[in-house]
Design a protein around this ligand. Structure first.
Ligand code: NAP
Ligand code: GDD
Length: 342
């Protein structure tokens, strides 16, 4: 068998997202051939993976990008038959909770039904080829919704948004295809995880980027919604390792991944302004009700004991360190020095 045949092959949906980019780096480091699904856009949308992009004209490519969409079952199916992946990571989603109230049907179609489209294609592929494919579903702590913290694998879901409801559908359809058809399908129930690559409209990045722009004199306010909500925030690169570990277990199962600590949005704000050396932060922040959600998730705290025991996984980066990583990055990218250079 040639070297190429022995190499593990993975397919990643959501390849251009925060987690997709870190996961692809990890899989490439581990020697995988990685196929990523990206959406066609009229503007470039690959900035998170540009640093690992490989020119399709090169020989022995290990990162191959394909156009596709989770709304398009045909293409997804065709790609699975063509690529013959050993592992599929389904990270693609309309992933913004507030936006899911504005576009609930689209969110259900992509974040919910998109998972079913993949699983149906895997079921057919396994039946017709006799080959096995492992499937990772990006489940979310948003599924716990109103459930009292701490939340673990036994906590009943009480979703509070069209996004959360769509993820609950995906969770159960993944479990159902595991039980009904023997597919190696796992749910990683990940609590919020952040990084300098976090989308700019999620609250942590909105804050760190906003502060850098305020310090550079480019903006004078950050407009936010509910400052009292609490989240269990971890560091994204560590969370993609947990995804991979779940896929290497002898049996498929579901795991909660988080830090076990929660902080309010207000605490994140205070810490971020402190890191940037700005006092009297109150004058730079205003509340805009448009950022409130019709139904809010008040407090998420992970009980990740199962992952610690079975996967030997635990978080390494604490809350303050995470805030510093993000502030330092955005100060470099948008702060006074970056602005002067421009
Ligand atoms: P993200 O940065 O918003 O990335 C989402 C990815 O999905 C992007 O690559 C996006 O493509 C792609 N996508 C959107 N609509 C699509 C469609 N119709 N077809 C195919 N791809 C589509 O999200 P993330 O933070 O990396 O999260 C990754 C996954 O984990 C998501 O499923 C998210 O819901 C879930 N999750 C995230 C967290 C967290 O705290 N980050 C926690 C729990 C679960 P474009 O770049 O073209 O928009
Ligand atoms: N986005 C946003 N923008 N959130 C705000 C704002 C604001 O201006 N002001 C306050 N918040 C509050 C939200 O109401 C919420 O309680 C909290 O900040 C976190 O919001 P997000 O950063 O948007 O994250 P999320 O918790 O709703 O969803 C993220 O984590 C989920 C896991 O629990 C996303 O990454 C989801 O895809 C993921 O599943």
């Amino acid at each position: 068998m040639s070297e190429d045949k022995k190499r593990k092959v993975s397919l990643v949906t959501g390849a251009t997202g925060q987690d997709g980019s870190y996961l692809i780096e990890l899989l490439l480091d581990k020697g995988y051939e990685v196929h990523g699904i990206i959406r066609r856009a009229s503007t470039f949308n690959t900035y998170r993976i540009d640093h690992i992009f490989q020119d399709p004209h090169e020989k022995n490519l290990r990162l191959i990008l394909h156009y596709g969409d989770l709304a398009d079952a045909n293409t997804v199916r065709k790609l699975i038959y063509e690529i013959e992946p050993d592992e599929i990571y389904n990270l693609g989603a309309q992933s913004h909770v507030r936006v899911s109230f504005d576009i609930p049907e689209y969110t259900a179609n992509i974040t919910g039904l998109g998972t079913l489209r993949l699983l149906e294609a895997i079921k057919d592929y396994e039946e017709h080829t006799g080959k096995k494919v492992k499937f990772y579903q990006a489940s979310s702590s948003e599924m716990f919704g109103a459930a009292k913290p701490p939340q673990n694998e036994s906590t009943a879901f009480q979703p509070r948004s069209p996004y959360g409801v769509s993820k609950v559908f995906s969770f159960y359809i993944t479990k159902n295809y595991r039980e009904a058809y023997g597919i190696f399908a796992v749910n990683g129930i990940l609590f919020n995880h952040e990084s300098p690559r976090r989308g700019e409209t999620f609250v942590t990045r909105k804050i760190t980027r906003g502060i850098a722009k305020i310090v550079a004199g480019l903006e004078n306010k950050i407009y936010l919604g509910n400052l009292e909500a609490k989240r269990d925030w971890g560091y994204a690169p560590e969370y993609v390792e947990a995804m991979w570990l779940m896929m290497q277990q002898p049996k498929p199962d579901d795991y909660v991944i988080g830090t076990g600590e929660s902080h309010s949005v207000k605490e994140f704000l205070e810490e971020a302004f402190r890191c940037a050396g700005v006092k009297d932060w109150g004058k730079y922040v205003s509340i805009d009700p448009r950022y409130y959600r019709p139904t809010e998730v008040e407090n998420l705290v992970a009980d990740y004991a199962k992952a610690r025991e079975k996967l030997d996984w635990k978080p390494k980066t604490g809350f303050k360190e995470l805030v510093k990583i993000m502030v330092d990055h955005d100060m470099k990218q948008y702060g006074p020095e970056a602005n002067a250079k421009k």
